[in-house]
Structure formats: C-alpha cells, structure tokens
Design a protein around this ligand. Structure first.
Ligand code: GLV
Ligand code: MN
Ligand code: MN
Length: 420
C-alpha cells in the first residue's frame, strides 16, 4: 500500500459537479438523473468541464480525431510509455452520475493527490475519456476506444448515424471535439479503469471491491421488420403480416434460449427497443424496428446463440409473412484482463482491509478494447439498490467509491514505477 490515499469528499464533490451537467428530473419517480448522450450539447459541456479540470491540475490535454481526450502528467523518465487510467463521461439517456465518471474523475482525484503530495512517478501518467462508450445514440458501444485501438476504422466511426441521420463526424464538429491528433493510441505501458459494478453481486456479498477478470462477449443487432399495415378489426388473423408479432416472437425465442441451458447458464438476451409503425391501437404494425442485445461469458456459446438466432430470424420471417432485415451494430468477444495486475489489485485491497472477490463484468467497458493492445485491468466498486445502473437510482457511497480509487492509486504507483 502506498502512503497516499485520495480525498473521498473531494471525489464525491467532483462526481456531483459533473452529475449536474445534463441532469433532469425523472417524470415517473421525481429522481434526478443524468442525460449526457454522446456528442450532444450536454456531452460537450461535460467534456469542457472535465478538460478544464485536467488543465487546472497541470495536465497537458489533447483531443484526437475521434474526440477521445487525453491528459498527460510527465514522469521523471518521459521516454518511457505512460500508464493510463480512463473511462467515459457520455451516458445513456437515463443514467446516474457514476457510470464511467467514477473512472475518469477517480483518476483525476489520483492526480490531485499526487500533486498535493509533490509525488512524481517514473513513467508519465495519462488520464483519458473515450468517445461514446455507451453506444445508445449511434448504435455502436466503446466507439472511441475501439477506434483508438484499431478495431473500428475512423471513417467507419465517422459515418455512423443516429436516428435523425446525424453523423458522428458532424456531431463531433458541432460540439467542438473533432480533434486533430492521431486517433491510433500508442499502447500505454498498462491501462487501469475503476467502475461501478452495475449489478448486484458485490453488494449482496458485502464486498468492498471487485477484481475484474474480464468482460463477457456482447452482440448487438438492429432488426427492421416489414409487414403489412392494416385494420385491426377487419383483417382476419390468417391474412396478416404483423411486424410487431414477428418481433415479439424473436423476443420470446431469446427468453427460451436463455432458459434452455444450450448456451451455458449465463446467457443474457434483451430486446431493449421496440418501435412499431404506425404504433396505434387499432392498426396492425406494418413496420417494426427492434434491437437485440446478447451477452455471454463464453465465446463458443455466444457464437452458437448467434447462429441459432439468425436461423430463427429466417424462420419467423417465413412463418409470419414478413421481411426481416437485420444488421450487426456491435460485436465484441470476451476480454481477459491481465493476471498480474489482478493480483496487485487483490493485494492492494487486502492491505487496505477491503474485502474483495474476482468478478466477470456483465457490462461492456473501454478496458476491454485496451486489453487488446496492452495489459489492462479493472477495479469494481459495489452499488446500492441491487447495483442498479443505467438508471437515475444508480448510487455508490463516498466510501465505496474511495475504496476502489485508492486501490487504483496503489496499483498505478506500482506500474508507473516500473522500468520495463
Ligand atoms: C455498456 O454500458 C453496456 O451496454 O454494457
Ligand atoms: Mn460505463
Ligand atoms: Mn453504461
């Protein structure tokens, strides 16, 4: 354990400050949520706020061509590759204030702590936030980190459109974050990310910290189903081509697949968006757009589920007399984090008397992209209310957040002292 510890109250204040940008009051619950959807004006404001914070800490800030923002603190040997900490500050439209922000603001709190202690690391340290981790607007998650690590070409990312037909490139330009540095990130010495678990496991087991072993595979599809719109009262059932019904059958099929055990016991499947056209009580939906989100901690099971679901798309189109077009909007294999860094996380937690356990991430993270180019690892902190996330009720206490960031501080100091 290092002598140093972060300032928990300062971290919480910093999370609250950023959480006010894009805040809204949820109409149903009256709770305060956060909406900083990628590349909107609110995201732009959040970005400027965090970039200003970076500069105030004395860091050198650059923005690359996909809008990823990196802030560098020099070391004593600047020829060495930096150790990087990061995450994202964009949000789903119905977020709390922790998802992603804890990783970025926690990293900046670490920098603040190092500055206060006049501590210079051997290696430079970089804190970054990546563009559009959530994928809620342009359909592809981990976009900025995937471009930075070469999985998605810049031009492919630029051309992605939201539902209104606005492009990533145009929207980056509009909010003033179409940067000019090379989008290909030179692999850092190592990458660390602290994040809320976004699930119930750590809290239910009274854990302080999760040592993340990796991230499960993710497959996203966008379905466009075309049938025939007609009168709900007059059209006999056997003469219908009901696009809504076809989508419902896909959703039920996925439920059946998760329960079957044929794809392991941990397959998850969600149809999160279902938009019928025209979407009226007495009209058979002639068109339906829907999304599919498949997750599995086993690559082979994921591939088998994808193959079977694709075959089902064809079957349901035939049986319901509709046209079912689908496209893959995001796809990542399972990611595995660095074993050595996991050990350091566990031993820092142990020295700090924090109860910890290994855990596979159910959510996608920028760290999984970074794991393809360098040693990467994540520290999870528990969340209250069953770890609910992507929801205004998302909440981790000051102590829970500080525990995770202190562990990241210890591990950072070890890595940043390494010669090779
Ligand atoms: C990212 O938040 C995800 O969908 O896992
Ligand atoms: Mn996140
Ligand atoms: Mn998220």
């Amino acid at each position: 354990m290092s002598e140093l510890s972060i300032n928990p109250a300062r971290l919480t204040a910093s999370l609250q400050e950023l959480g006010r940008i894009g805040s809204y009051v949820d109409g149903n619950t009256g709770l305060h949520g956060v909406n900083r959807l990628a590349l909107t004006a609110a995201d732009g404001e959040g970005r400027r706020h965090v970039a200003a914070k970076m500069k105030a800490l004395g860091l050198t800030v650059t923005t690359d061509r996909i809008g990823n923002v990196y802030a560098r603190r020099p070391g004593t040997d600047n020829a060495l590759r930096p150790v990087m900490m990061g995450s994202h500050i964009d949000s789903v439209p119905t977020a709390g204030m922790f998802d992603g922000c804890l990783g970025v603001l926690g990293a900046l709190e670490i920098i603040h702590t190092l500055n206060d202690a006049n501590t210079t690391t051997r290696r430079p340290v970089v804190v970054g936030f990546f563009t559009d981790e959530e994928g809620s607007r342009f359909g592809t998650d981990m976009l900025g980190s995937a471009v930075a690590t070469g999985r998605i070409p810049l031009e492919t990312a630029y051309a992605l459109q939201d539902r209104a037909g606005l492009t990533v490139r145009g929207e980056l330009e509009k909010i003033g974050f179409l940067g000019n540095t090379d989008e290909k990130l030179p692999p850092p010495h190592a990458y660390l990310e602290c994040h809320v678990e976004q699930g119930p496991v750590l809290r239910s087991r009274n854990m302080d910290v999760g040592v993340v072993t990796g991230v499960q595979a993710i497959s996203w599809h966008e379905l466009t189903i075309t049938g025939k719109s007609a009168h709900a009262g007059t059209t006999p059932m056997e003469l219908r081509a009901d696009a809504g019904l076809a989508a419902a059958r896909v959703n039920l099929k996925m439920r059946e697949m998760t329960a079957s055990g044929r794809y392991g016991t941990q397959m998850r499947a969600t149809m999160g968006a279902m938009v019928p056209v025209p979407g009226l009580v007495n009209i058979i939906p002639g068109r339906m757009t829907a999304t599919v989100d498949l997750r599995n901690p086993d690559d082979a099971f994921m591939r088998a589920a994808e193959a079977d679901l694709k075959a089902f798309y064809e079957l349901v189109a035939r049986e319901e007399g509709v046209k079912l077009d689908w496209r893959q909007t995001a796809r990542t294999d399972c990611a595995h984090f660095d074993g050595g860094i996991q050990e350091r996380i566990a031993s820092s937690a142990g020295r700090r008397k924090l109860v910890n356990m290994p855990i596979v991430s159910g959510a996608g993270h920028d760290a999984q992209e970074m794991a393809r180019v360098t040693r990467a690892a994540m520290v999870f902190v528990p969340g209250e209310y069953d770890g609910i996330s992507h929801n205004p009720r998302e909440f981790s206490t000051t102590e829970q957040c500080a525990n995770g960031v202190n562990v990241m501080l210890d591990v950072l100091l070890g890595l940043a002292d390494e010669r090779d």
